[in-house]
Design a protein around this ligand. Sequence first.
Ligand SMILES: C[S@@+](CC[C@H](N)C(=O)[O-])C[C@H]1O[C@@H](n2cnc3c(N)ncnc32)[C@H](O)[C@@H]1O
Length: 245
Amino acid sequence: MNREKVSQIAHANHPIKAPLDDGSVRRLLGHGLPRGDERVLDLGCGTGEWLLRALEARPGVRADGVDISADALDRARQAAADRGVEDRLAVHLAKAEDFVATEPYDLVLSVGAAHAFGGLLPTLAAARTHLAPGGRVLIGDGFWDREPSPEAIEMLGDFADLATTMDLVTEAGWTPVDGHVSTRRELDDYEWACWGSLAAWALDHPADPDSAEALATAATRRSEWLRGYRDTWGFLTLVLRRTAG
Ligand SMILES: C[S@@+](CC[C@H](N)C(=O)[O-])C[C@H]1O[C@@H](n2cnc3c(N)ncnc32)[C@H](O)[C@@H]1O
């Protein structure tokens, strides 16, 4: 069963591919897009759900999304057409780290894709190269809420704790103008939504050749979450401005 299919089914009931609820997404977009006529870039946009919500709520916004998944970008295009915003969304099949734009952006978004750049600080450095003067970055990445096990680090990669993460961000020249630490409920809802959707799909499609594998994957991922990182991993989303320059 390929990763695209797993991801598509797992996110059927949680189109934001990160542990944030709709209210948190709305609030963070509000802080990222204070005027409503901004140019927005999303590095690692997936199916474009952050951009689609930004575009639907603000008729003056224009957006570009970059991702390496052709399948996710096809779905972003289709969703943009379904939601009547296709004339203001362009998607680009490219590595986010290689994307070259002709004009700078007022908001650069990147949620859950920092691994593509090698971590939070390299992602911020890349975002900065796309930023118009006075622009903002909306970035989401993990942190360790408690001491992780070696298995958790192996599964999710390494992070700093929350206070250290903020020190690193501010030392790199950024000031948070809004921030959101995903609640236990958002973290749990995301995992239940993903592995519950995948398990339900397997039960609903017993004749599908991928059914048994989907059920086993849902069980494995649920166990990895519960045993591996539920008590130690957190997720932080920041809206940042340059402190100076
Ligand atoms: C966890 S998903 C987050 C998607 C979206 N930002 C969201 O919050 O709904 C991570 C995304 O990063 C994309 N990705 C991974 N490596 C990438 C790269 N080098 N360049 C661009 N996108 C990448 C994946 O294809 C996937 O769509």
